[in-house]
Design a protein around this ligand. Sequence first.
Ligand SMILES: O=P(O)(O)OC[C@@]1(O)O[C@H](CO)[C@@H](O)[C@@H]1O
Length: 394
Amino acid sequence: MPDTPSAPVLLGDQPGSFPHSVLAERHPAIIRQVREAFPYEPWQHRALDELLANCTKGEIEPLPADAHDRDLWETWGLREYAGRSWFDVPWLWSESWFYRRLLQAVGYFGPGPWQGIDPFRPFKRDELDSHETDEELAALDDLAGRPAGDVAQALLHGSLWGNRADLGFRLSAEGARAADAAPGLVADDSDRLWALLGGTGTGTLCLVADNAGRELVPDLLLIAHLLAHGRVGRAVLHVKPYPYYVSDATTADVVDALRRLTGAGGTAAEYGQRLWSALADGRLTLRAHPFSCAPLPYEEMPGDLRADFASATLTVVKGDLNYRRLVGDRLWAPTTPFPDVTAYFPGAVAALRTLKSDVITGLDARTEAELVAAEDQRWRTSGTHALIQVRTPG
Ligand SMILES: O=P(O)(O)OC[C@@]1(O)O[C@H](CO)[C@@H](O)[C@@H]1O
């Protein structure tokens, strides 16, 4: 990284810190909610009990010899971290390990009758079927007659603020209340983003998705608009290969979202049909790369994923977790330049994220001072602020 001193990697070992609260409180709450949402069998209840004890008080255990992904996890750090407390290894690693272990506990990886049953599906479905989603889709009809540039900007903001609808965040928030209405962009490179999507109609957009439901729907609408208006010729949507961080989007969630759009009537259905056709004729493709659920920063991405991003006109990276992985899950000084910490990225990259963890880069000193004066450090994790940051190579 050019002249950028490094910063400490976030661990979950400090009581009172946000990472510690995720490991000590959020994870047990997620186990409880998943258990209540499914008519699980005795072996699954036992496995969930064991996971609850292990993730709060135990040590990281090796995977069984026959686990399908044992080699992968060993290269991702399991060999080094086995035997250590969940609280003493990188926080990003512990969190990813939690979702891997939760899926194992409920039989997701099989073989058996529970193979492939997404433990977060009831929460995702509720959100997709909600009245709020109805309202957001109906609002598209009002946008229909507006100039294309205005529609594009509205859809970009829909995709950005859709990131606030993160179920892991809300399931464990006290009383699952909605975040306070105090939005504010702390960095806005949207002009540079639009300059990259200039409209020759030949470029490729990679969009690295985050949450399903009320985030994925506006992501899809944005892709549909960019394709329809020739701002890009192709789009590649990266989703997770298995359920992750409660609401992260998988292929099944893309299918649900598209069916929701096409069934909604009005303008929403037109967008849905366009995306359906784009999938059929290859202008829109899906990827579910194993590294999308890796407990590692993107700087360590494998060659095939690197090549994918390198061939894109722009890669849009959505959400808080992806931001942590993009810039490195470290306690950076907030004014650390975003282009410096993403210099390794193979091509132009844009981050669209609401702030829900301590990691932040690319602020100007004045913005940081104003945020601290108004909210102490709460702005980092409250989900009420957002950013659009862009780095172009060269
Ligand atoms: O990536 P997303 O959906 O925007 O947010 C994920 C999140 O809720 O999970 C982590 C804590 O578990 C934090 O990084 C962040 O708050």
